[in-house]
Design a binder for this molecule. Sequence first.
Ligand SMILES: [Zn+2]
Length: 278
Amino acid sequence: MIFGSHVSIRDGYLGAAKRAVANGASAFQYFPKNPRSLSVKDFDRGDANSCKSFCFERNMVSVAHTPYSTSLTPSKDKQELTIASLVNDLEIADACGSIGVVVHFGSQISKTDPLASYHLMLEMLNSVLSDWNGDCLLLIENNAGTKGALGTTFEELVQIRNLCDYPEKIGFCLDTCHAFASGLWNGENTEEFFKKGEELAYFDHLKIIHLNNSKYPTGSKKDRHANIFGNGYIKESQMEMFVKSPLLEEIPFVLETPDDEGISHKEEIRQLFDKWGE
Ligand SMILES: [Zn+2]
């Protein structure tokens, strides 16, 4: 099993990888640049290369996450900026040897034209990926359903990838809190959930799991992550059935849980290995 967490890059990319090792992780996620800005970062290639070799030697998997304000359905004035930012994220992640860059599915932009958001997403994806020839994939993450409930079903995720001009450059990131909050996975339908995803070939392109519990019940559409073995609404037995699915055997699980609510990521990663490591 591959377990890890989101880590800070305050000591650079190599520093982030070292922090993950110190936490006992075998995978990690990081922001390739300031998560509060979409501006293009002139990054330190030497540091990124050191991160890449360090991870390669230790079999450590890494993945980048786009800044908070990145949207695949941005307003007109933000489109150029977003495309440049996404290409920049891919360049940094590729230099660090990461498997991909996680980006959230878009949100609803028109109440009268339900297809407008999907059209814009495809335009954005095509613009970003037309010039991208690195190994790093763009990994589309399922939504919790907060803004217009877009990107909450397997059908949409699979279809957006298929309709893009460059499906081979796209993979998926599955967030367990978002899946639970949206109702895609309600804790009780685990078998059907995996069966449906498998039928639609979703799991063929799944590259990473965001392993999070949920502070709100299933169907709440609220994106609030909780610690795995704390007071979240996903029961341990439900989480176990999910994590132990044979379909996820090779997939890295990365925590995006609170690090300051009674348990550190280091301790939480140890719990994961103790319970489900074999
Ligand atoms: Zn997530």
